[in-house]
Design a protein around this ligand. Sequence first.
Ligand SMILES: [Zn+2]
Length: 329
Amino acid sequence: MPVSFLGETIGEQQTKIVRIPVCRLASGTALSVAVHVLRGSGDGPAVGIMSAHHGEELFTTELMRRLRQILLDSRFRGTVLMVPCANPPSFEAGTRNTPVDMHNLNRVFPGNAAGWLSEKLAAVIWDRFVPAIDAFLDYHCGGEDTEIHYTYTLDPGTPFGRTVHELAMLGSAPILWQTAHPAGSLSGETTRRQIPTVILEVGGGPSFGTDLMDRGLAAACRILRKLGVLDGPVGRGEARIVVREGGAVRPAHGGLFLPEVGHDALGTSVPGGTILGRVVAPDTFEELDVIRAPYPVTEIMMVRSRTSKVHPGEYAYILGDGESGQAIV
Ligand SMILES: [Zn+2]
């Protein structure tokens, strides 16, 4: 059976790029969000996959390009609706927030068609993309100098929570984080709507050329098998621990960031007090901040792995409290 999306008909084993119109920008350029509608053979769920709410997150856009090719080379069921670049103005500028209004797209869902540009973008995604999907994979990653690797999960104590947790367990990340979604995030809203949703935080600029791309793609295929889109045995994810407490560690002062713990530590734990990185003044070389592992067992979920300029308050690390966690056996 063909499927229909925004008035376009996509037959079995066909693929179409359908653009959701947003508005005209000040330059007159038409802003739209491109959705790759990949229709497989036979009945199956409609799975939404999205990346680059935040324009500096290139790694998962490339992951999506490769995943699309894997799907096109496979026989699959149902429909995949893929949005590789959810925030085109932000991607163009290479910024986390949308340049025109400086809002964070992933904090303004479900959006407002009469609001700021970011809110208009959120509103079209919410009103036109979300109603078409039965499950949602929400990809995020680090920027030019940072890498991230963890998967959000929910308390498996309810049927919905168990569904989400089983999907999260199939991810590539050794660490799952059971925590509330940020207010105004698309995943928070799809979860509220009881659409099974997994946020996969995987990779970043320094991850190109590492095994994170292949691990991320293998995880996407496991999840798509679990959802009944791809055939074959689901396989086992890489989850090692679920942490319940954690958060971002941000430098008190800006400057030149010198990592001591980087890519190789992602997904592992270090003892409390381990020096993770330092901030020095670029002009005087004065040491302005020393970032240490805050928990007796500190789980490393995000690293600033490149020697880089850092602003005060930016992400340096995202860390979990290993003692709040539960090992996965
Ligand atoms: Zn993001």
